[in-house]
Write a protein that binds this ligand. Structure first.
Ligand code: NOJ
Length: 763
């Protein structure tokens, strides 16, 4: 084994000579180097570089290595250890031109250490914590020989029926754009060519979060203004931050699939935004152009995709099969292929692979003795970041924090669910390394433990749903199902609850319920779990709900029934410890919702920054012809930006430094924030702006800045925000990005609804 790998390394080093020999181009000059290499490539070698394959059990390794050595594969994904990837790189070094492979993976919220799901990370509003999670993920992934991730996923999601809401950073353009930048910088470090960096490929370009009805893979139909204003900025932010790659969305946009969309891929991405990196299709998307009904057959699909500028085809063979014929017949030009090849080679260059194909694979003798060793995890950081990402929704009568001396009964199907704790897209995370809530609470209590655990309910009693969830996992059914009847389990839980001082119920979704393809029509906690909650409430004991879920759930009844609600999302490897820290007050919760929680599915969309309307809802006489659903209360259950603490905060003395702003000037908006409670704690001061009158309808308010502030009990601080003309710009009907003179309202609050307001005039 060792011998083989040393041989690999020798080949790797020898390979430099091929590139060093290219006289006209030094390896220090990217463009010249890539052009020179391309001059030496045959058509087949070029097309081989455009092929990105998934490594799965169905692909015999030997065959793959043969294909690589023949120059027929440019990169792989889903192969994630050094010993797995080294022989493939060795094979590439045996190919005629020794062009290195790259190795990709979905490193979305951690690699070996799993951090909270992206929606949870966004709930921290803590750019430092989010950045740390990305940096650690990159280091772990790079140490496992990975060169590139398909992340960050920055699709704005305003319809929580969409299962992939869990994978994004919420509903708000400004917040998601800030996070997009932080994540790209975190993955790529100072440069994507560093040994401990991986390249970021932002996804899913574009508008995937706006699929109609929240049904995955559905169409998107959207006005250009809405795209530019609300949905495109996060992708742009990632690209401006230097993301080396883009993954193209599976959906269509205004009638044209993204994968064949010349406007999207050429006019917008490359010409308008100046993107020069790698564009990768999503899984099988080129082939799906036939299903979309824009390509007659594989040949036409390949033609549309290469013309649009899809550089690499993920897991279909159409480029290999069809591009030579298309070129011969003149339906595509050599430049179409060359452009794609240039981007692939350019990305490999930027990953540092031409200088050292084994940059992240390293030497065999340095391979970790046990790839899965616990010592490779970053547990302390995962725990810290997880507890920052939880949102306290309700805390009546200071039910929380719990006393460690209390008699506690822990119930619910998610109390002991290591796989769910990790959330979906858990990369290389191992369920047996994740800390459940039961583990976490038991450890926190130590000798004092008066903790009883009873399951109380399954995730669902609906056989169809259970079958769906278990079908999702190819290895083993992942949703554990207790065969006892729902009533027997509830009775057992109630009996235990009657003996306790307080009940903690871990309820919500299994991770597969908030995943790719897992759209829902109903956002309630599954019915059998709701029955459990009702029965627990009836005991009269204080009831704490620990929610685990990947999207906002409609918890209208539970809001009434529970004394306290902690939204923990899916909080990763250290989730159980982090939740216990919050439950017992070892950490004071500070998260804020990055997405609105609706009262019902019928209300969706409920995002906070909707456009002004002619007849806004005005409470008063019934039937007063204002905008509402007459059969329910108007407004969300919990607004965007909302989240409580074990202490309380007040805002006062809001002031603007001027009532006018000229185009080159600045206004200072200040406010005093005070910790008025008895504990130290953090909160997020949020700044919203409303453009009162414009040439187009403008939103009621838009988040424009925020600061997370730590205050000791009784402490106060004056917070300052700077407002400039740039903060007031928007895309008008002609898609011109400009600010318009007139009145602006500035609102400062601790959530998007409860704000104080002052105004100024842009001259
Ligand atoms: C399909 C998903 O849509 C995409 O997000 C992911 O990166 C690829 N599969 C690869 O796993």
């Amino acid at each position: 084994m060792k011998k083989l790998c040393l041989l690999g390394l020798a080949i790797g080093l020898a390979s430099h000579s091929v590139w060093a020999d290219t006289k006209s181009a030094s390896i220090e000059n990217k463009d010249a180097f890539v052009s020179n290499l391309m001059k030496q490539m045959t058509l087949d070698e070029k097309i081989g570089q455009l092929r990105l394959i998934s490594i799965g059990p169905e692909m015999p390794r030997e065959l793959i290595r043969k294909e690589i050595a023949a120059g027929n594969i440019g990169g792989t994904f889903n192969s994630i250890t050094r010993p797995e990837n080294r022989p493939m790189q060795d094979a590439a070094m045996r190919s005629r031109l020794k062009i290195p492979m790259f190795f990709a993976y979905d490193v979305i919220h951690g690699h070996r250490t799993i951090f909270p799901i992206p929606l949870a990370l966004a709930s921290s509003w803590d750019m430092d914590a989010i950045g740390r999670s990305g940096r650690i993920a990159a280091k772990e992934a790079a140490a496992d020989s990975l060169d590139i991730t398909f992340a960050p996923m920055v699709d704005i999601s305003r319809d929580p029926r969409w299962g992939r809401t869990s994978e994004g950073f919420g509903e708000d353009t400004y917040l998601v754009s800030r996070i997009a930048k932080v994540m790209v910088k975190a993955y790529q470090g100072d440069t994507p060519s560093a040994a401990d960096s991986i390249m970021a490929s932002v996804k899913h370009f574009a508008l995937y979060g706006a699929v109609e009805g929240g049904r995955d893979y559905n169409t998107v139909d959207m006005s250009p203004v809405k795209m530019y204003q609300d949905y495109l900025p996060p992708y742009r932010a990632a690209i401006d931050a230097g993301a080396g790659g883009v993954m193209v969305a599976l959906n269509s946009i205004n009638g044209i699939p993204a994968t064949a969309n010349m406007w999207l891929m050429q006019d917008l991405l490359r010409k308008e935004w100046g993107f020069k990196g790698l564009a990768v299709s999503d899984h099988g998307a080129i082939f799906e152009l036939i299903k979309h009904g824009v390509a007659r057959d594989g040949r036409e699909a390949a033609k549309l995709a290469i013309k649009a500028g899809i550089d690499m085809s993920m897991n279909d063979t159409l480029y290999g099969k069809e591009l030579p014929g298309l070129l011969k017949s003149g339906e595509i030009q050599q430049s179409d292929i060359d452009n794609a090849v240039r981007e692939v080679l350019g990305a490999k260059y930027d990953m540092g692979l031409f200088k050292d194909p084994y940059l992240r694979i390293g030497k065999a003798e340095d391979d970790p003795a046990d790839t899965y060793a616990d010592s490779r995890l970053h547990r302390a950081e995962a725990r810290d970041i997880a507890r920052r990402s939880m949102v306290l929704l309700k805390n009546q009568n200071e039910t929380l924090p719990l006393k460690k001396t209390a008699k506690i009964v822990l119930v619910g199907p998610l109390a002991k669910a290591p796989i769910d704790m990790m959330g979906s897209w858990a990369a290389a995370g191992k369920p047996d390394q994740s800390v459940t809530l039961l583990d976490g609470m038991t450890r926190a209590l130590g000798d004092q433990a008066k903790l009883t655990y009873v399951r109380g309910a399954n995730i669902t009693s609906d056989k169809k749903v259970l079958d769906y969830l278990n079908f999702l996992n190819f290895d083993a059914p992942e949703v554990v199902n207790d065969p006892r009847s729902a009533q027997v389990m509830i009775d057992e839980a109630v009996k235990a609850a009657q003996q306790a001082d307080v009940i903690v119920a871990a309820v919500g979704e299994s991770r597969g319920m908030s995943h790719e393809s897992s759209s829902r029509t109903d956002l309630n906690i599954p019915a059998n779990q709701r029955d459990l909650i009702k029965a627990l409430k009836a005991t009269g004991k204080p009831l704490v709900l620990v929610l685990m879920n990947g999207r906002p759930l409609t918890i209208l009844d539970e809001k009434e029934q529970a004394d306290a609600i902690l939204e923990t999302w899916f909080s990763g490897t250290e989730g159980g410890n982090a939740i216990a820290d919050v439950l017992f007050g070892d950490y004071n919760p500070s998260g804020k919702l990055p997405i609105t929680i609706p009262r019902s599915v019928g209300q969706i969309p409920t995002y906070y920054n909707h456009l002004s309307i002619g007849r806004p809802f005005t409470p008063g006489k019934p039937g007063n012809y204002t905008s509402q659903y007459f059969d329910d209360t108007t407004g969300p259950l919990y607004p965007f930006g909302y989240g409580l603490s074990y202490t309380s905060f007040s805002l006062s003395d809001m002031a603007l430094s001027s009532t006018t702003l000229n185009k080159t000037g600045k206004i200072d908006a200040s406010v005093t924030v005070k910790n008025t409670g008895k504990r130290d704690g953090e909160t997020v001061v949020q700044l919203y702006i409303q453009d009162v009158v414009g040439s187009m309808i403008r939103p009621l308010k838009e988040l424009k800045n925020f600061q997370k502030v730590m205050l000791k009990a009784g402490e106060q601080k004056v917070i300052h925000f700077t407002i400039e003309e740039d903060d007031l710009k928007f895309y008008n009907a002609q898609l011109k990005y400009a600010a318009e003179p007139g009145k602006f309202n500035v609102q400062i609050g601790l959530d998007s609804e409860d704000v104080t307001q002052q105004s100024f005039e842009l001259l």
